[in-house]
Design a protein around this ligand. Structure first.
Ligand SMILES: CC(C)(COP(=O)(O)OP(=O)(O)OC[C@H]1O[C@@H](n2cnc3c(N)ncnc32)[C@H](O)[C@@H]1OP(=O)(O)O)[C@@H](O)C(=O)NCCC(=O)NCCS
Length: 169
């Protein structure tokens, strides 16, 4: 299996993760988002078949958006002089594994690869956290992969904001 960045000439073949929005994003929105520089997509391929994909963009977590007790815990991990109102993040905009490849731990392996690539890529721009707006059904998957809920504010929403601290690796 190979992880490739989506490129303009890449022909997006069949992909079904069981969620229409995520399927359609890959088919119709991934390239426009890339061209507009608002999200980059990466595809995991197995002999030409799409196994999974994710997309990434920049983000931040801010004191104003986070419930008090959680923000206190985040703040405590920084020295006093570096306790700011927000911290830089990379956001997972989409993350999906094909139904044909479920039950093989591929989602978790891909998450490890994503973290590894982000950390080793020696990016020009720093980030501390990885965030995701997780579908409720996928929360156990993200928890298993080291993410935690950030807020109680979004308790009644159809997605919940979760975060991973890269310093926990
Ligand atoms: C969520 C998803 C990416 C997980 O990928 P995966 O390859 O099935 O993940 P893994 O095999 O590494 O881990 C699955 C684990 O997550 C848990 N899990 C939680 N929610 C899940 C879900 N909606 N689907 C599958 N597994 C889920 C399972 O219990 C399983 O735990 P276990 O191995 O201890 O039994 C994949 O199921 C998927 O693409 N779902 C549809 C799209 C989606 O919900 N994407 C997330 C958008 S925020």
């Amino acid at each position: 299996m190979r992880l490739k960045p989506l490129e303009a000439e890449y022909e997006i073949g069949e992909f079904d993760c069981g969620d229409e929005d995520l399927n359609e994003f890959l088919l119709y929105d991934a390239k426009p988002c890339m061209n507009l520089n608002i999200a980059n997509t990466f595809i995991l391929e197995d002999e030409g078949r799409i196994v999974a994909y994710f997309c990434l963009l920049n983000d931040k977590i801010s004191r104003t958006e986070i419930t008090g007790s959680r923000w206190k815990k985040i703040k405590e991990r920084f020295p006093k002089s570096k306790q700011f109102r927000s911290y830089p993040c990379v956001k997972i905009g989409r993350f999906a594994v094909s139904i044909a490849y479920r039950g093989q731990n591929i989602g978790s392996k891909l998450m490890d690869l994503l973290k590894d690539r982000l950390i080793k890529s020696n990016s020009l721009s720093a980030f501390r956290y990885i965030t995701v707006d997780a579908y409720l059904s996928a929360i156990p998957f993200y928890e298993k992969n080291g993410f935690a809920l950030l807020n109680e504010k979004d308790m009644n929403e159809h997605t919940r904001l979760m975060f991973f601290d890269r310093m926990d690796i």
